[in-house]
Design a protein around this ligand. Structure first.
Ligand code: GLY
Length: 579
């Protein structure tokens, strides 16, 4: 304990909250010692904050901020560090979305680095001989991988808004891969749970298990030499290394050995895009969230628009009435998602219609305030005009008025389970986010249609919802979450907990959550709702189902120049740290 405190003093680490526990970090041993009990207050700082799902990534990001870097520098650094320390979701073999808000420039932009279908992809590639979806092929084979976007996306963020080089952003990740880090209980448990999937592939087995097949246990040091070499090549040769150099060659060779589709031409032609985020206005707050190919922003704004017509604050936090209204609004939004959302570069998404106040008030007319609608009686609406279970999120704010909200993923925990032999990173299984067959649910039970069918070079529909809320031109709330189909509703609830219910950011993040996604017709709730609330909801006709916790929302709130961070207590390794 003494050495931990000495280390804390030596490294000037702030007191931090990890999974709701106040900790001091021991930098030399990569371990954390709990010295204080649980608190429900956020971490407070004045000059910057990083909140990620892994304390080592938070620390990498905070060091960048301390050295004068901005939030974008810290974000790229955190993302590469997570790729090493949290292989279940942190990645260079996947993709995601980053929202950047610059108060100085008065703009919010979105970087879309979502994976793309390879050029050889076909609409029926995941259907078996009898026309049914072969989920093994779409989730656990080399065909499951989309062309990865992470490295290009992070490089673009740095080029556009950063002040440090790609090499500098990679340095902490390279050290963590090369020297290793101490295994946490969560890390160890994750690999044990995914053993069957990962051990199927020798390239994965040799990375994630000991030579004799044994497990990495808490306290062991975990080193990733192949990944370190890949990151070093990218640091030395730049972003094109991943897309045209030896790394690309290793990935394509992996595909060729096992019937995958990604070619050198696919790698070479991958491009991240800068997009305009979806924008909404909720009770005087400006909401910015991710635009297509994510459905997140569209439906967060749509649900908020529907709920704006009700006195949600007056109905009370997590009261039966509030939850009923939320569930009814969610059902309508997810019904629309099934029909209208897809990659806007391929299909016309009626974004303006979906996010319009007029359409929201039309939908609200169909809501009975006393009784739940049966989902089967709800169909996707007619928005006008027709114009158009692992992921990880982190939030970062700097002293220069920048905020970054980043969600990225390889889809499932450990993606497809397949490591690119010789390159040391896992391949995503994001192709399962396409609608393999209209009407057939994906792994999250989400129904999709024509708009999200598989097409060559198309981006698969996502629910990732990195979000920034501004008030009077200032960054106010930076938030987002993993959780598949639950990402949208998890993010929504933190926004509502703050704006409607006035909760501080820690309480907003920790509060029990609910979720409805139209189909299946169930109102999913976390532990913590009172039995009488559940009874009222059941009496209203809701099919209430208690399931495991949802999301892991790493959030920051800025109030009167003070920055408040909250790591989600649902993730034992999460950490908010400020300066
Ligand atoms: N793979 C989950 C999502 O993008 O929504």
């Amino acid at each position: 304990m003494l050495s931990t405190i000495v280390s804390f003093l030596r490294y000037r680490a702030a007191a931090v909250i990890l999974g709701g526990m106040m900790l001091f970090l021991d930098q030399t041993a990569n371990s954390a010692a709990i010295i204080e009990g649980e608190r429900m207050h956020p971490v407070e700082a004045r000059n910057g904050m990083a909140v990620t799902s892994h304390f080592l990534a938070t620390r990498s990001a905070l060091e960048v901020l301390e050295q004068g870097g901005n939030a974008i520098d810290a974000a790229a650094t955190a993302a590469f560090s997570l790729a090493v320390t949290q292989p279940r979701s942190g990645n260079i073999g996947g993709g995601g979305f980053m929202l950047i808000s610059s108060e100085q420039k008065g703009e919010v932009i979105a970087i879309d680095y979502r994976e793309k279908a390879p050029s050889g992809a076909a609409v029926d590639m995941f259907l078996d001989e009898s026309g049914e979806v072969d989920t093994n092929r779409s989730r656990f084979s080399h065909l499951a991988a989309g062309v990865p976007g992470t490295v290009a996306g992070l490089a673009l963020a740095l080029e556009t808004y950063g002040t440090i080089s790609l090499k500098q952003a990679l340095a902490p990740a390279i050290a963590l891969a090369e020297e290793g880090f101490v295994v946490t209980p969560r890390f160890s448990q994750g690999l044990k749970a995914a053993e069957k999937r990962l051990k199927k592939w020798e390239s994965s087995r040799k990375i994630f298990y000991k030579a004799d097949g044994g497990y990495y246990e808490p306290g062991d040091r975990f080193v990733q030499k192949e990944l370190a070499e890949t990151l070093k090549r990218i640091a030395a040769n730049g972003v094109r290394e991943f897309y045209e150099g030896k790394t690309a060659e290793l990935l394509v060779a992996e595909m060729k050995r096992h019937g995958g589709l990604i070619s050198m031409a696919d790698m070479k032609s991958y491009e991240p895009l800068i997009r305009a985020p979806v924008q909404g206005l909720y009770r005087g707050y400006d909401i910015y969230s991710m635009s297509p190919p994510s459905s997140g922003g569209a439906h967060i704004v749509q649900i908020l628009n529907i709920l704006e017509g009700y006195d949600i604050g007056g109905s009370g936090h997590n009261s039966a009435r509030t939850i009923h209204l939320m569930a009814e609004a969610m059902k309508r939004a997810y019904a629309d998602r099934s029909k209208y959302l897809g990659d806007e570069d391929f299909v016309k998404v009626p974004l303006e219609g979906i996010t319009s106040k007029k359409y929201a008030s039309e939908l609200a007319k169909g809501i009975d305030i006393e009784e739940a609608a049966v989902s089967q009686t709800i169909a996707p609406g007619e928005p006008q005009p027709y114009e158009s279970d692992e992921t990880t999120h982190f939030s970062i704010v700097d002293r220069y008025g920048n905020a970054v909200s980043n969600t990225y993923t390889i889809n499932f925990s450990y993606g497809s389970g397949i490591v690119v032999d010789g390159a040391g990173f896992l391949l995503n299984n994001e192709m399962d986010d396409f609608s393999s067959k209209p009407g057939a649910p994906n792994a999250y039970g989400l129904i999709g249609g024509e708009a999200n069918k598989v097409e060559p070079n198309k981006r698969m529909l996502s629910s990732m919802s990195p979000t920034i809320v501004k008030k009077d031109g200032k960054n106010f709330l930076v938030t987002g979450s993993p959780g598949g189909s639950r990402i949208i509703t998890t993010t929504l609830q933190v926004i509502m907990n703050v704006i409607d219910h006035g909760l501080n950011i820690k309480s907003a993040v920790a509060a029990p959550r609910i979720h409805h996604q139209w189909l299946p017709d169930e109102l999913r709730v976390e532990e913590g709702l009172s039995p009488d609330t559940i009874k009222i909801l059941k009496d209203m006709g809701h099919n209430v189902v208690r399931k495991s916790s949802m999301g892991a929302i790493q959030s920051i709130m800025v109030v009167d120049g003070m920055v408040y961070g909250a790591a989600d207590p649902r993730r034992s390794t999460a950490l908010a740290a400020g300066m």
